[in-house]
Each structure stands twice: as structure tokens, then as C-alpha cells.
Write a protein that binds this ligand. Structure first.
Ligand code: KIV
Ligand code: ZN
Length: 524
């Protein structure tokens, strides 16, 4: 079966907006820019970069992504009011291809919140879409909770939005309520019924509450939708959004029955999946389709035997299609810089010379402690956010913990705070608790620990542990991460990393703060 331009499906990534809305998945400004660059490089058509009115930080992120992105359309979200839309237009304006995405909840439950009659809401949709269209040429409109909106009303408001100038009509399954057949029927009926439907792109935006987001999105495409809204790793509120890697690979692998094309370079999937997992602190489940650690692992004897004879016996896609290199020999302490560079390139990371120099030093330190350095160890090393922030206000200088069956567990800790070494000994309920108590004694703060998560990078007792720590202070959330063969050291560094990030956020939110020039002050 051949495909035509009519079968080109646009990929709209909302990792930085709907994904980041997931409680605790907050990313720093620099991380957002980095993820946006990776999305742009992998061929995402539209990047929803944030919700500009939500905060100064969101506004800054959207406008900088708009300035930097080379290929993608840059989109910002706005509620149905002029203030949101104006702010959004201001943020996306710098993009060569700006889009405003404005929405309002149209289902009976959502209409009740602003307490608008159907007619009043219809007028508001007309006015706000017209206003957005006067600011940019590319306007997307969404009737939030579309799948629970009365069909006739949905048709009426979509027609109004099209007449007011919307160029994309997105149909959100906001609460993950629909099912594949219903998703397809809805899109088909809308396209068949609404005058002007052929002149706009219909999009599908599915949440995964019942685990059907991918199936619902693909069914919508079969029925005529030509834009899928999705996130990397399916990140998003509650059970998340449609996973980009799943819909893209489904259309590629089953092109025979889903003859649709995207512009995505699928070999970049693994690298961005890992990066999003790191910066969001949301690890990917082992058996997650496409990007899970076990997605291409074959444990059982029968499977391994079949794989050795012919990989197609148990693999419907090749690992390299998603950027997973055939795991060749691990590196060791005798491996040189060229071997490291080649291995990183295989893994999809091209480093500048100074970056390679830094990673090489850390690789050597790790290889001294660990006989074999596997691909996942290298990825953990690259993404160890605690290690690249050498100018951090707080740094872990040295530590020693005492633990075992006979308590109390104690931690001797020396931190460098603002260039000065300070030490203490603290007790706790276990070595990690003792270490965190020691950090708090040396750097008193009111931040609350929201998440402490340990994840073994590889198998074996000498494996590195990646620790994620999420902290919250006055509504601001920061995630820190670190990897080390010593779990308690990784914990201390991840905790301090999260604290440093909170300090940056605290400074940025000060009235009059220059977001590019952050200085630190100790808490009172
Ligand atoms: O899920 C949803 O309805 C949304 C809208 C803002 C499009 O994310
Ligand atoms: Zn959503």
C-alpha cells in the first residue's frame, strides 16, 4: 500500500505542557530548552512549549523555545480569555511558525464551572478564536472534554471556531473515557457533519485513564484525524497522555494496516525517552512498550534460542529502529577516550570536546570502582544532574555512614556551602534518613520531601543506583538526581541537587529577580 500526503500525520508533542502538568514532573528552564531542542531535532511537527500565562517561568520557556527552534511550529496554551491569548501570542511571536492553542471545557460538567449558558459559551468561543486569529495565522481550538460533550453542541461550537478562523480543531478525551470504536466514530461523524471540516486539520488528544490512549488516537487517525497529540513516555496528568513512541512506532511497524507517515526520526526515541525520564523523575516502567528496559530483552530459553536463529521470531521491530544499539561489549577501565566517544555516538550522544573530557573523567572514576561499565551506566553518568553543576551553592564534599542491625544509624557529612566547608554528624532511621538529617542540620530549610526513589541502573551488586529526590517549598517543586555505586552517596547528592534547584527557583521568583543572573542567599 502506498501513502500520499493525505496520509501524513502531524505529531504534536505536549511533553512540556500537558506532560509537565503531571504533579511533580516539573522541569527546570534549561531542561525545557534541552527537551524542546531534542523534539525539534527528532522531527516533531508542533511543540506545545507551555502555558505562558501560568507563570513568568512558563512564559520565558515558551518564548525562548520559540526563538531557538529551527523546524517545529511552536505553540502555547491559552484559556478562553483575551488576557491569556495576548500573553500566549507574545510568547510564541518569536517563532518562525507560531501557533496559539486556545480551549474551553464544553461538556455539561465543564460548562457549569464558568456558569455559562450554551449560547454564552458559543459567543465566547467566537470572540476568543477571532481574537487569537487576529494575532497569529495558526490557531488551534479545543473543546475540552469533547468526548463527554453533547454531539449537536460539539458540532455547533466547532463550526463557530472554524468560521472564526481556527486552523486545527483538537478533540480532547480529557479524562480518558472513550474507547477505540467510539473515538473513530466521533471523528468521522464530526468531519461528515460540520460545514468547513475539510478545510481544517482534526487532531486527537487522548488521556490514558483506561489504558486506551494509543488505541484511541490511532482509531481517530483511521477516521480522518491528521494530528496526534502526545508526550514522550506518555508523561501526563493521572495515567498520562498518548505516548509519542507508541503511536509513531505502531504506524511504522504496522504500515500495512495503518498506512500513515510521520516526520519522526525514530532512532532518536530512546535518547529523548531517557532524558525525559531523568529530568521529570518519572522512571519508565520496565515493561513499557517501545522504551521500557525489557521491551527488547529476551529472558526465556525458548525466546533466546529463537532470537539467535532469527531475530524476527520474537522481535517485530529492530532495537536500532528506536535508537537502541545492540549492546556490544561493555567498556572497562582500560577503555580510552576514543572508545568512549564511539560508544556514546552509538547511544545517540554527540558530545563536544569539553563535555567528553568531563564525562571521561567521571567514566574513569566509575570504571575504577566497577569492572564493567555498561551502556546504561554511561547514560546514567551523562544524565547525572548532580555532577554537572559544579557551581552549585551546596555540594557534597565527603561522607561516611554507619549502619547495621544495631542502631543508631549515623552519618558524618561535610558539605561545601557557598565555598565554605561545614561538617556534622546526625542520626536517623536508616543511613539515608541519617544523611538527609545531616544535610538539614547543615543547611536548615523548610522544603518538604515529596519523593525518594532508587532505581538500579544495571544488574549485579556493584550496579550503580540512580536516586531521584523531589522536594517542594511554597508550591515550587524541584527534582534532583544522582547515580553512584554507593546508594547512600547517590541519595545525598540527589537530595542536595534538588535543594540547589529549589534555591534557583526561590531566587527566580523574588520580585525583580533577573532570571538569567541568579545569585544565592541562605535561608534565614
Ligand atoms: O486534556 C485536555 O483536554 C487538554 C486541553 C487543554 C486540550 O489538555
Ligand atoms: Zn490533556
Amino acid at each position: 500500500m502506498t501513502t500520499s500526503s493525505q496520509n501524513r500525520v502531524l505529531i504534536f508533542d505536549t511533553t512540556l505542557r500537558d506532560g509537565e502538568q503531571s504533579p511533580g514532573a516539573t522541569m527546570s528552564h534549561e531542561e525545557k530548552l534541552e527537551i524542546a531542542e531534542m523534539l525539534d531535532d527528532m522531527g516533531v511537527d508542533i511543540i506545545e512549549a507551555g502555558f505562558p500565562i501560568a507563570s513568568e517561568g512558563d512564559f520565558e520557556a515558551v518564548s525562548q523555545i520559540a526563538q531557538r527552534s529551527k523546524n517545529a511550529v511552536i505553540c502555547g496554551l491559552a484559556r478562553a480569555n483575551f488576557k491569556d491569548i495576548d500573553r500566549c501570542a507574545e510568547a510564541v511571536r518569536q517563532s518562525a511558525r507560531p501557533r496559539i492553542h486556545t480551549f474551553i471545557g464544553t461538556s455539561p460538567l465543564h460548562r457549569a464551572i464558568p456558569n455559562l449558558t450554551m449560547d454564552e459559551m458559543a459567543d465566547l468561543i467566537h470572540d476568543t478564536v477571532t481574537h487569537a486569529r487576529n494575532l497569529v495565522d495558526n490557531v488551534q481550538w479545543s473543546p475540552m472534554d469533547a468526548t463527554r460533550t453533547e454531539f449537536d453542541y460539539l458540532c455547533r461550537v466547532i463550526e463557530i471556531a472554524i468560521k472564526a478562523g481556527a486552523t486545527t480543531i483538537n478533540i480532547p478525551d480529557t479524562v480518558g473515557y472513550t474507547a477505540p470504536r467510539e473515538s473513530a466514530d466521533l471523528i468521522k461523524r464530526l468531519i461528515d457533519t460540520i460545514p468547513g471540516a475539510d478545510d481544517v486539520v482534526f487532531a486527537t488528544h487522548c488521556h490514558n485513564d483506561l489504558g486506551m490512549a494509543t488505541a484511541n488516537s490511532l482509531a481517530a487517525v483511521d477516521a480522518g484525524a491528521r494530528q496526534i497529540e502526545c508526550t514522550i513516555n506518555g508523561l501526563g496528568e493521572r495515567a498520562g497522555n498518548t505516548a509519542l513512541e507508541e503511536v509513531v512506532m505502531a504506524m511504522k511497524v504496522r504500515h500495512d494496516i495503518m498506512p500513515y507517515d510521520t516526520g519522526i526520526d525514530t532512532t532518536k526515541i530512546m535518547a529523548i525517552s531517557r532524558r525525559v525520564a531523568t529530568v521529570s523523575g518519572f522512571q519508565v516502567q520496565y515493561n513499557k512498550a517501545i522504551v521500557g528496559k525489557n521491551a527488547f530483552a529476551h529472558e526465556s530459553g525458548i525466546h533466546q534460542d529463537g532470537m539467535l536463529k532469527n531475530a524476527e521470531t520474537f522481535e517485530i521491530m529492530r532495537p536500532e529502529d528506536v535508537g537502541l544499539t545492540e549492546s556490544s561489549l561493555p567498556l572497562g577501565k582500560h577503555s580510552g577516550r576514543a572508545a568512549l566517544r564511539a560508544k556514546l555516538a552509538d547511544l545517540g550522544y554527540e558530545l563536544a570536546d569539553n563535555q567528553l573530557k568531563d564525562v571521561f573523567v567521571r567514566f574513569k572514576a566509575l570504571a575504577d570502582r566497577k569492572k564493567e561499565v555498561f551502556d546504561d551506566d554511561l547514560v546514567a553518568l551523562l544524565h547525572d544532574s548532580a555532577s554537572d553543576e559544579v557551581h552549585d551553592h551546596i555540594q557534597v564534599k565527603s561522607m561516611r555512614v554507619v549502619c547495621g542491625t544495631d542502631g543508631p544509624q549515623t552519618a558524618d557529612l561535610t558539605l561545601t556551602i557557598g565555598g565554605e566547608d561545614v561538617s556534622t554528624t546526625a542520626e536517623g532511621d536508616g543511613p539515608v534518613d541519617a544523611t538527609f538529617n545531616a544535610v538539614k542540620a547543615l543547611f536548615p530549610h523548610g522544603a518538604r520531601l515529596q519523593l525518594y526513589q532508587v532505581h538500579a541502573v544495571t544488574e549485579g551488586t556493584d550496579a550503580q543506583a540512580t536516586v531521584s529526590v523531589r522536594m517542594e517549598e511554597d508550591g515550587k517543586i524541584a527534582t534532583g538526581q544522582s547515580s553512584d555505586t554507593d546508594t547512600v552517596v547517590a541519595s545525598a547528592k540527589a537530595y542536595v541537587n534538588a535543594l540547589n534547584r529549589l534555591l534557583v527557583r526561590r531566587e527566580k521568583s523574588r520580585p525583580g529577580a533577573d532570571v538569567k543572573q541568579v545569585t544565592y542567599t541562605d535561608p534565614a
